[in-house]
Design a protein around this ligand. Structure first.
Ligand SMILES: NC(=O)c1ccc[n+]([C@@H]2O[C@H](COP(=O)([O-])OP(=O)(O)OC[C@H]3O[C@@H](n4cnc5c(N)ncnc54)[C@H](O)[C@@H]3O)[C@@H](O)[C@H]2O)c1
Length: 341
């Protein structure tokens, strides 16, 4: 059983805590948060775009609590560090934990700058621990199944793919950090990066991007809505939209439609993942058991037990997603197609 310490008990920290509680591969032995109420078990202020309401009296018996993440990292009883704070602080805690020789699971985006991401990669290379970035969409059942169907090749090559991820303005974060682009990177780094990472995973890093975005519609000078095209030599036509400008009561929605030579693969309009062959009946895809967060963390725990990096998501992959969104930002700024170096 891996002994895990979680830094940041917000929407994602709570989600990860629940996954560890349900797993026989790990136990949470410590948590750290600046908020004393959370350390006392009152998690009622935690909210997000999916999931159940949070409890006021979480049982933290036997769990060490720290206000300063450095103290959690130094706790000899903690073997694995799980970083669930807003992204501007990821590099600081991740590097400190790797320098202690501990393995680290860290929420996406890996960081807000390529410089920080590179420092984290270097720290992981010099550590006895490994670094796992939680790009959960690679594990999300419908998305993982779509990649499997594409890779199996039964329906030929992909002609085009469209991804969409939209929801209400996130006003639930600690100190409203989502709406401060200095701390969140805006909708593009927070939400849209999920699809960017999946596009890289399935189709490879694009040669160039072209993007239009709404800047400062809600956040201070951040990109609140983006529509981007990913340009491949001889590859499919790929586009993605991300937005957090939907109305307060609009449900969070993540969808895609992938046109293959022999079939349409669709996960939209509230329907299960479905294959529509060019000839023949529609087939609902069996995406298997489990949810994306559990599948992701169980995979990381298996890697940690085996002392090896993840073959599904590397820190370099997470940095590549950041590189693509940096190019998208430049495209929004300049109105030009931007090559990805
Ligand atoms: N994979 C996903 O689907 C998904 C969904 C939501 C958020 N996230 C990611 O998870 C991370 C956290 O987001 P969230 O929605 O949980 O945010 P949140 O605002 O709900 O929680 C952040 C928590 O971190 C704590 N915190 C902040 N600074 C701290 C510090 N210096 N030391 C200790 N604690 C500190 C806050 O008190 C708060 O409890 C972000 O990187 C975000 O992008 C991922």
């Amino acid at each position: 059983m891996a002994k895990v310490g979680i830094i940041g008990i917000g929407f994602m920290g709570k989600m990860h805590f629940g996954v560890y509680k349900a797993s026989d591969k790990a136990e949470v032995v410590a948590i750290a948060d600046v908020d004393e109420k959370k350390l006392a078990g009152d998690w009622s202020a935690i909210a997000g775009n999916i999931g159940a309401p949070s409890a006021k009296n979480v049982d933290l018996t036997g769990i060490s609590t720290y206000q300063d993440p450095e103290d959690l990292i130094a706790d000899p009883n903690v073997e694995v560090i799980d970083v669930c704070t807003p992204p501007r602080s990821h590099a600081r805690w991740v590097i400190a934990a790797l320098d202690e020789g501990k393995s680290v699971i860290c929420e996406k985006p890996i960081a807000l700058s390529l410089e920080d991401a590179q420092k984290m990669i270097v720290a992981a290379e010099g550590s006895d621990g490994n670094l796992y970035i939680a790009h959960c969409i690679r594990f999300w059942p419908e998305y993982a199944a779509a990649k499997r169907i594409i890779d199996e090749g039964e329906y030929g090559k992909v002609n085009s793919a469209t991804f969409r991820r939209v929801g209400a303005t996130p006003t639930w974060g600690w100190q409203n950090w989502f709406l401060d682009p200095e701390r969140s990177g805006g909708a593009i780094a927070d939400l849209h990066i999920h699809d960017v990472d999946f596009i890289n995973y399935v189709f490879g890093i694009p040669k160039a991007v072209f993007a239009r975005g709404l800047v400062g519609a809600i956040s201070r000078n951040g990109i609140d809505q983006i529509v981007a095209q990913y340009i491949y030599d001889d590859g499919p036509i790929v586009s993605a939209e991300g937005s957090w400008l939907c109305g307060k009561t609009a449900p969070f929605s993540m969808t895609f439609t992938i046109e293959l030579e022999g079939a349409t693969l669709d996960f939209s309009a509230g329907n299960p993942l479905t294959v529509y062959p060019k000839d023949g009946e529609a087939q609902v895809v069996d995406v298997g058991e489990g949810d994306g967060y559990s599948l992701e963390i169980e995979h990381f725990l298996d890697c940690i037990a085996a002392g090896k990096p993840s073959e599904i998501i590397s820190p370099e992959d997470a940095a590549a997603a950041l590189r693509v969104i940096e190019a998208e930002k430049e495209s929004v700024r300049t109105g030009q197609v931007v090559e990805i170096g």
